[in-house]
Design a protein around this ligand. Structure first.
Ligand code: SAM
Ligand code: DTB
Ligand code: SF4
Length: 327
């Protein structure tokens, strides 16, 4: 692809925004063919990794993310609850495993974890791992020490999204900065965990914002192993409740660009699948998406559920990716 060049004309190994735009704007057939070719060079094209989500601490969050049902600043009507007990989390993880999940992701509505919660979180990681599942957590910002503690507990992945482009970000969140996000990602990486970082489409951002977000992710010192692409689930009462929905073809183009810029990463078709037809999801898989969240609920919002996804996998000839083949 001819990436960025330094002042002497040598390749820097980074992707330039200009190159990414050219790829994104190529004809749909050319873009999808290229994305699918890259996908096949790096993955089994018919295997989709299945993750499950659990909200271990719901609602009452101090942050003001404009898309979220869990911000205490938005009248979304969501009831707040305390951090779940370890035993309850392990029982839920056991059920998810029995239903075919290979990775278990635990999310908390926090700006960042409190030091008093670390012991409970460490016990959750150890317990879920002992069930033979990969572990992931998303708890907000992490200090280097907190990242170190979770890594030592055996946490495989940490999810922290950049959500959108650096330019559009202040219109979505004001209580923490884009630079704060990158700092947490660096702390996670330095602690030796795998990084899961992506964003949301359909918040009123431009095409250039979407491309810029992916270029930021691809140009991290190491690209994230896992890249969730969410389609905004409009939450009544949230600031972005009436945002302009993203055009499905633009959504698929964004998935294809993610696959091309981050050939070896898992690209996860995350929130918003209840609003997508099987045909749209099929195009996303063809464009290189190879991970989903399964189950009836994400953190607080609806997801298609087991029966629907089993039928869709059958229609498309897709198979759940085996644990151990997810690198
Ligand atoms: N509180 C933690 C944080 O924000 O880092 C973790 C949980 S937060 C809900 C995880 C991610 O879910 C957000 O960064 C955002 O990308 C995504 N998300 C949240 N609400 C969403 C919505 N309504 N539609 C689509 N994606 C959403
Ligand atoms: C991510 O990028 N998407 C997931 C996961 N990471 C934690 C969360 C989606 C949340 C959708 C809205 C909800 O369930 O409240
Ligand atoms: Fe809080 Fe996370 Fe929701 Fe932002 S996205 S309001 S930090 S739970």
């Amino acid at each position: 692809m001819g990436g960025e060049k330094d002042s002497e004309g040598a390749e820097t190994g980074r992707t330039s925004l200009a190159d990414a735009k050219i790829i994104y704007n190529s004809s749909f057939n050319d873009l999808l063919f290229r994305a699918q070719s890259v996908h096949r060079e790096n993955f089994d094209p018919n295997a989709v990794q299945i993750s499950r989500l659990l909200s271990i601490k719901t609602g009452g969050c101090a942050e003001d993310c404009g898309y979220c049902s869990q911000s205490a600043r938005s009248p979304t009507g969501l009831k707040a609850s305390r951090l779940m007990m370890v035993e309850k989390v392990l029982a839920e993880a056991q059920k998810a495993k029995a239903e075919g999940a290979s990775r278990y992701c635990m999310g908390a509505a926090w700006r960042s974890p409190k030091d008093r919660d670390m012991e409970t979180l460490v016990a959750m990681v150890g317990g879920v791992k002992a069930l033979g599942l990969e572990t992931c957590m998303t708890l907000g910002m992490l200090s280097p020490e907190q990242a170190g503690t979770l890594a030592e507990a055996g946490l495989d992945y940490y999810n922290h999204n950049i959500d959108t482009s650096e330019e559009f970000y202040p219109q979505v969140i004001t209580t923490r900065t884009f630079a704060d996000r990158l700092e947490t990602l660096a702390n996670v990486r330095d602690a030796g965990m795998k990084v899961c970082a992506g964003g949301i489409l359909g918040m009123g951002e431009t095409t250039d914002d979407r491309i810029s977000m992916l270029v930021t992710l691809a140009n991290l010192p190491e690209p994230p192993e896992s890249v969730p692409i969410n389609m905004l689930i409009p939450i009544p009462g949230s600031r972005l409740a009436n945002a302009e929905p993203v055009d499905p073809i633009e959504f698929v183009r964004t998935i294809a660009l993610a696959r091309i810029l981050m050939p070896r990463s898992h690209v996860r078709l995350s929130a918003g699948r209840t609003q997508m037809s099987d045909e749209m999801q099929a195009l996303c898989f063809f464009a290189g998406a190879n991970s989903i969240f399964a189950g009836d609920t994400l953190l607080t919002a609806d997801n298609p559920g087991e029966d629907h996804d089993t039928a869709m996998f059958r229609r498309l000839g897709l198979m759940p990716m085996e644990l151990g083949l997810t690198e």
